[in-house]
Design a protein around this ligand. Structure first.
Ligand code: HAS
Length: 557
């Protein structure tokens, strides 16, 4: 499909800008593993201190890159399937706000005025620039969604009998979750944290801010995941040489995410005394429920892969797995997708451990948790982002991909890196190795009274993983930027590999509308968050506080 020059510029900016920042995000990730393995025993390197670097790592990789990608992939998917561009004003204003917001975040982080990590838990205080910048990034992404809604209605008018394409449903579900779940965090940042950071208010209700963050923080992880699922359902079967096993299963999975992503945020707060055991148990049960659409996805995607492999001549119960296009240079997307899926098997299983109200007591705030999330967000999410960014940049700019063999290698090297990194983190976590801590100053420093020799092998394994991931990232950046800096050869095209569905399935009205699911979502959110909010106001209040970054003790009398 041909697109206007302005739309093309917006899409390419939305890929180039976060990918450039991702260099800084990756550098700070590798530095984390170096600090923590005790290779260095200092609190800063090259003028960036440990927490400043950790904040950049989390904010750039998990908030900036993922939000830009969701918007750009949304533009490409919605426009491709509905065969039209969104209103110019919507995609221009959206990108402008996102770029301004990101620059504000970057200034705050680079000048050391935002060291509050990507969760910005109070009483860690960041500059108002950071809170407002993050809010602008989010509002910008909403505006892109509003533009898609407009073209959806015009498409529906022209095609009243057609059902919403699966990729568009996945994108709309994702941005509906996003729109609703970002309201509490917008309230937190703009109404509570910014005035507090400006010194206009002297006290803050910490349990309230944390609850508002996690109302957003857990749906956030599905906002990262769902673009990858859109790609797994609608692109992967095609690049594997097959067809999607069941479109209805895909629709049901997306709609289940719509109702179950939001009411589970309390599972990040099992160890906080403010909520009642009943609320925590309910959040735990709903968290098991939200794993169901992923189990469904595992079976549907595996069946689609098996079908593709059999079409390529595979025989045998399991040997079909070897007949997939793992290392085909002209089909590099497959490697990014399959490595993400393999990592997600382990990422998902470790998530189910976290979800248990009781087992969570063992792993919470230990390195087990980053071990889990590097196999989810740095697994399927980042790998689909990397693969699809190459694909979209190359087709929308009309520049053929450079160094294709390197492009094929990246996901496999990255996957091996994550395997080491997450294994090190999780085994350390089970021994109580703390997360978000510069271990090189204490537990992995032989000169410190806190030195713990058991953390040496685990942090070294993590370091090996971090270095391997760093190599994969460097290879990737060479491919991406060499392509971006090359000359245009082809006519720019907005195009996607499009999978057909294997079966003509019976139409199920409930799977063709989002409305009843949205109502159910609101009911479920109330069942968790009305009791949670009652507890917050019953057991906590805003307190005046004065903290120092190195101590959580409230110094205010
Ligand atoms: Fe999580 C903490 C529970 C999924 C990200 N999670 C985090 C944090 C992050 C994160 C960033 O209940 C830390 C936040 C912080 O900073 O404190 N998580 C879960 C559960 C799931 C889950 C139950 N998480 C994710 C995803 C993430 C993510 C997805 C990012 C994208 N998580 C938790 C809990 C905590 C938590 C607690 C709090 C811990 C604490 O105490 O702090 C589930 O949704 C997972 C379901 C997934 C599956 C896997 C399905 C497998 C598939 C692959 C199939 C493979 C194929 C390949 C087909 C059941 C789909 C075949 C291969 C061939 C070769 C053919």
């Amino acid at each position: 499909m041909n697109i206007s020059k302005t739309y093309r510029t917006v899409i390419l900016t939305g890929l180039l800008m976060p990918m450039t920042l991702f260099i800084l995000g990756c550098y700070n990730g590798v530095m984390q593993t170096i600090y923590r393995a005790g290779v260095i025993h200092q609190s800063s390197v090259a003028g960036i201190n440990y927490y400043q670097g950790l904040t950049m790592h989390g904010v750039i990789n998990a908030i900036v890159l993922t939000t830009f990608f969701a918007v750009v992939f949304g533009h490409v998917t919605v426009s491709y399937y509905l065969k039209r561009e969104p209103p110019k004003l919507s995609y221009q204003i959206s990108m402008l706000l996102m770029v301004i917001g990101t620059l504000m975040d970057l200034v705050a982080m680079a000048t050391g005025k935002a060291q509050a990590l990507y969760t910005f838990y109070a009483p860690l205080k960041a500059s108002p620039f950071f809170y407002v910048g993050t809010a602008l990034l989010i509002v910008g992404s909403w505006i892109a969604f509003f533009g898609w809604i407009k073209i959806w209605y015009s498409w529906k008018k022209e095609n009243p009998k057609s059902k919403m394409p699966l990729a568009v449903l996945g994108t709309f579900v994702n941005f509906s979750i996003w729109l609703i779940s970002t309201l509490p965090v917008a309230y937190e940042t703009l109404v509570i944290l910014t005035p507090w950071s400006l010194g206009w208010t002297g006290s803050i209700n910490i349990p309230l801010t944390r609850m508002l963050f996690w109302m957003f923080g857990h749906p956030l992880v599905y906002f990262w995941l769902l673009p990858a699922y859109v790609a797994y359902y609608t692109i992967l079967p095609k690049v594997a040489g097959g067809k999607l096993y069941s479109g209805n299963a895909g629709r049901l999975a997306f709609l289940l995410f719509l109702i179950l992503s939001m009411p589970v945020g309390v599972h990040h707060q099992f160890s906080e005394p403010v909520f009642t055991p009943g609320t925590k148990l309910w959040a735990s049960l709903l968290t098991y429920a939200v794993a169901i659409p992923s189990f469904m996805t595992a079976f549907t995607v595996a069946a689609s892969l098996e079908y593709g492999a059999r079409k390529r001549g595979a025989k045998g119960v399991f040997s079909w797995m070897w007949k997939l296009p793992y290392f085909e240079v002209d089909n590099y997307l497959f490697g990014y997708f399959i490595c993400g899926l393999i990592l997600f098997i382990f990422g998902g299983l470790s998530g189910i451990v976290n979800a248990s109200y009781t087992l969570n007591q063992l792993v919470h705030n230990t390195d087990w948790v980053p071990g889990h999330f590097h196999m989810t967000v740095a697994g399927p999410v980042i790998l689909v982002i990397l693969g699809m960014s190459l694909y979209m940049y190359s087709s929308v700019s009309g520049k053929p991909l450079k160094f294709k063999t390197f492009a094929v290698m990246v996901p496999y090297v990255w996957m091996v890196g994550i395997a080491f990194l997450s294994h090190g983190l999780m085994s350390g976590g089970l021994m109580g190795e703390p997360r978000r801590t510069n271990l090189g100053l204490s537990y992995t420093n032989p000169a410190s009274p806190l030195y713990n020799q058991h953390f040496v092998p685990t942090t070294t394994t993590t370091l090996i993983g971090g270095l391997i991931m760093g190599v994969a990232a460097i290879i990737y950046f060479v491919v991406f930027f060499a392509t971006a800096m090359s000359k245009r050869v082809n006519e720019p095209q907005l195009i996607l590999p499009e999978s057909e569905e294997l079966h003509e399935e019976k139409e199920m009205p409930l799977l063709l509308t989002m409305k009843p699911w949205l109502i159910l979502m609101i009911i479920l959110v109330m069942t968790t968050y009305v009791p949670a909010l009652i507890s917050v106001f019953k057991y906590s209040k805003a307190v005046p506080n004065k903290f120092q970054p190195d101590s959580p003790q409230n110094l205010q009398k």
